[in-house]
Design a protein around this ligand. Structure first.
Ligand code: NAD
Ligand code: AHE
Ligand code: ZN
Length: 377
């Protein structure tokens, strides 16, 4: 049977930097290999603000942003076998088809199945499921578009989860918490006794901290320009906190970290998106074996640089998307870690708001103490 279009509430981003417009939109039924989800909760990630700022080279407008959400399957299109109506789910901006070259490689969580169309703001068949009240097409975002009461995603871009897990909390596993935790335990594969420095104590950085702590890192140094982040960093497991703007005259953050760790760190993580921070993070790595993982997303046009000698002498520069986690096969394990209190998630919720307050939610991002604002429909 063919489903019907649904009229519902959504937050439309018409152009960069402009407030989101809450309006009624039409969400078309899912086509083959597509799933329509009733979004219950969505959080606002720094990356939503980044795309809204106009600095994302893939940003498409008008669009429905949002990629850190949770919800319930409302209907499925033909040939969908992996989820069913009523399943509790998390949309995945990193799909997992299981059969493409990437999925089969065993080397990466990046999946090639829908990434090209996802980056163009359309469904795999090249069309959109969203229209505003004037009938104008609205682009999708990161294959998720969780800033809508109903959204349509590809069947490879959604995972069913334990229905007893609270949707309000586990929406954060759709991006920030999974990204940081996975970067520590999968991409870096931090081992007992390793020294770790994390630049940027947002949800991503603090999740790296908890990953490093779970691996019994010997030192976990958080570097942040905001002193308000010291207490929360220590609550998540940091052993040290450094504000790079408060160092003695003439001492750089790289000097400071090398001094604190007898020559540099086993692992450093950029969770800021600032390319100068990325360079410092690389150069604070231990000669011979230190690895620096880039997680932050940099503005369009920005590039990283360092002296090649830094790499010649054994430092390694890497990156991590969604923490290297394969969403459909590994999300269940993360949910269990959360349920068994091995993984903190609730602690990141610094504000709860109704969906109508989404613009205030974006303002929360700038208040200096915000980790995640979670919206409820
Ligand atoms: P956030 O804004 O909550 O946290 C960023 C933190 O960095 C803040 O505490 C801020 O004070 C600090 N900071 C800013 N400039 C700094 C500097 N020069 N030195 C040290 N600290 C500095 O953001 P978030 O939601 O945690 O996201 C962090 C970054 O990760 C963003 O760039 C985001 O786009 C990116 N991200 C990437 C992935 C991925 O899969 N690769 C996933 C999620 C988010
Ligand atoms: N579109 C940007 C890059 C954005 C980016 O790097 N996204 C991260 C996820 S951020 C989540 O908050 C990512 O995982 N990228 C891998 C991918 O396949 O998108 C640009 O520079 O064009
Ligand atoms: Zn995100």
């Amino acid at each position: 049977t063919v489903g019907k279009p649904i009229e519902c509430k959504a937050a439309i981003s018409y152009k960069p930097k402009a407030p989101l417009v809450i309006d009624t939109i039409t969400v078309d039924p899912p086509k083959a290999h597509e799933v329509r989800i009733k979004i219950v909760n969505t959080a606002i990630c720094h990356t939503d603000a980044y795309t809204l700022s106009g600095n994302d080279s893939e940003g498409m407008f008008p669009c429905i942003l949002g990629h850190e959400g949770s919800g319930i399957v409302e209907s499925v299109g033909p040939d969908v076998t992996t989820v069913k109506v009523g399943d509790h789910v998390i949309p995945l901006y990193t799909a997992e088809c299981g059969v493409c070259k990437f999925c089969k490689s065993g080397k990466t969580n990046l999946c090639g199945s829908v990434r090209a169309t996802q980056g163009k703001g359309v469904m795999p068949d090249g069309t959109v499921r969203f229209h505003n009240s004037k009938g104008e097409a609205l682009y999708h975002f990161m294959g998720c578009s969780t800033f809508s009461e109903y959204t349509v995603v590809a069947d490879v871009s959604v995972v069913a989860i334990d229905p007893t897990a609270p949707l309000e909390s586990v929406c954060l596993l759709g991006c920030g918490v999974t990204t940081g935790y996975g970067a520590a335990i999968k991409t870096a594969d931090v081992q007992k006794g390793d020294t770790v420095a994390v630049f940027g104590a947002g949800t991503v950085g603090l999740s790296v901290v908890q990953g490093a702590q779970s691996r019994e890192a010997s030192k976990i140094i958080v570097v942040d320009i905001n002193d308000n982040k010291e207490t929360v960093s220590r609550q998540f497991g940091a052993t040290d906190f450094v504000n790079p703007t408060k160092l003695p005259e003439g001492q750089t953050i790289v000097d400071k970290l090398i001094e604190m760790t007898d020559g540099g760190l086993e692992f450093t993580f950029d969770c800021t998106g600032n390319v100068q921070v990325m360079r410092n993070a690389l150069e604070a790595c231990h000669k011979g074996w230190g690895q620096s993982i880039i997680i932050g997303v940099a503005d369009a046009g920005k590039e990283i640089s360092t002296r090649p000698f830094q790499l010649v002498t054994g430092r390694v520069w890497k990156g991590s998307a969604f923490g290297g986690i394969k969403g459909r096969s590994e999300m269940g394990g993360l949910i269990k870690d959360y349920q068994n209190k091995k993984l903190k998630v609730d602690e990141f919720i610094t504000a709860r708001r109704t969906f109508d307050e989404i613009n205030e939610g974006f303002e929360d991002l700038h208040n200096g103490t915000c980790l995640r604002t979670v919206l409820k429909f």
